[in-house]
Design a protein around this ligand. Sequence first.
Ligand SMILES: [Zn+2]
Length: 260
Amino acid sequence: MIDAHLHLQHLPDKRVLEEILRSASSRGLNLFFCNAIRIDDFEFLNELASGYSSVVPFYGIHPWASGKLEEGWDRGFEKFLKERVCGVGEIGLDRSKEIDLSVQTAVFRRQMEIAAIHGKPVMIHCVQAWGEMMPILREYAVRVRFLLHAFRGSSEILSEIMKLGGWVTFSWKLFKQKYNEPFEKVVKLIRQVHPGRFLLETDFPYVGAKVFSTLTAEQYFECIEETYRIAAEALGTEPDEFKERMKRNGKAFLHGTSDR
Ligand SMILES: [Zn+2]
């Protein structure tokens, strides 16, 4: 299995982090797309990726962190991007936050440009900002391999993302209705997506305070296993075959070998 979007570096208990990474392969989990939120995360992600080949770092500035950047923040990126197999993320636009959308857009566009220059895949966060997001995606679609994480937009938007050659992930939170989306809508979306261009994620440890007060490695494994189980069931695919497909999809997103 692959967890295509999470933030292992933000686990409050570092022993839990170690336990997850050490026991992952025995639970059938081989790859983590581990996303930065802010510049402070980069160094630690880099260390994690040096210690564990299962960790693929995504370096990026989340829209929530785009309000207070120092001059020259973008140059810091390139050093990290050159070091290893990695992506750019988590970046994007979010209207639910108070940060000026024009500031968010400038930071987002700059990171799309950097990803294009370095040929890196991009992990995107979009909340209530599809009107601003779609023109940027249309503009970059030929130069950047992009993925909309924890997708919960409309069927029309999904259809355009697929036409542009984009990717999406579906999340545990969506399956467990933490966003109050009716499950029939979720099933419809997952059946609509191109079978070679979607992945699954937990967004761990951001799984909702009401669900887990203290996070354990076992809770994490249950979370990812349940996500796979629900998706395979929704698609009527046999679990092992489904896991194989996700493995191929993950590698294709990372290395750019997908059929568009
Ligand atoms: Zn995230």
